[in-house]
Design a protein around this ligand. Sequence first.
Ligand SMILES: Nc1ncnc2c1ncn2[C@@H]1O[C@H](COP(=O)(O)OP(=O)(O)OP(=O)(O)O)[C@@H](O)[C@H]1O
Ligand SMILES: Nc1ccn([C@@H]2O[C@H](COP(=O)(O)O)[C@@H](O)[C@H]2O)c(=O)n1
Length: 199
Amino acid sequence: MSIKKKGFNIAIDGLSGIGKSSIGCQVAKRLNFTFIDSGLFYRYIADRFYLDDTIQLNEIHLFKNEMIGYVVVGYDTTTKILPSARVKLILEADFETRVYRRAKQLNAKEFEAIRKVFSDLLKRDVDSFDLVLEAKKGATIINTSDLSIEQVVARILSRILWVRFSDYNMLHFIIFILFVFVYTLHTLFQNLTSIFGTG
Ligand SMILES: Nc1ncnc2c1ncn2[C@@H]1O[C@H](COP(=O)(O)OP(=O)(O)OP(=O)(O)O)[C@@H](O)[C@H]1O
Ligand SMILES: Nc1ccn([C@@H]2O[C@H](COP(=O)(O)O)[C@@H](O)[C@H]2O)c(=O)n1
């Protein structure tokens, strides 16, 4: 069963340093999907232009163009960039866990370096807190505080399988109901014909 052929996209959102890129990338690899880190576009654009509404809208338009088989990570992915994603996920973890992971990622060991990681994350949380809060309303939340990257990936893959399984069974259910409906009509028609038969 190919998930890709059936038009299936995955959107992953969450606060800074939560693991969107590392986890999204692994999930895409496992499914043989295309991985897009929307943050990369923003960083690239922000380096060159003033990030105004026009640029954001163009980018969003680009993402909405009939995408199939994508894992897109970043802010607003579940709400604005890929609102039609079949699987929408929000990753979350304790603030201390994120500071620890980011410090490890940046190899920050000195007090000053860790303080900077702390204050950067705090600032970015303040900037994006409302967006992520809004996104949480329509997505599946996975708390990763006590999970390794592999465990989070496994959890996401099983969620995807479950959604795929439900879609598949829903289709069969609808076909079954249609079949029962047609069969009942057919039987009713036969009974009526035998009662009020032409002979
Ligand atoms: N469940 C986890 N367990 C341990 N480490 C993790 C876990 N998830 C992510 N990490 C580590 O946390 C660090 C930050 O992850 P990552 O860069 O993927 O976050 P992000 O959400 O994409 O960040 P940003 O929003 O700033 O782009 C990385 O070093 C990653 O390996
Ligand atoms: N979908 C997105 C992604 C990013 N941004 C903004 O770009 C900054 C860098 O993003 P990272 O995910 O690489 O940290 C981020 O702070 C956002 O301001 C965005 O608006 N929408």
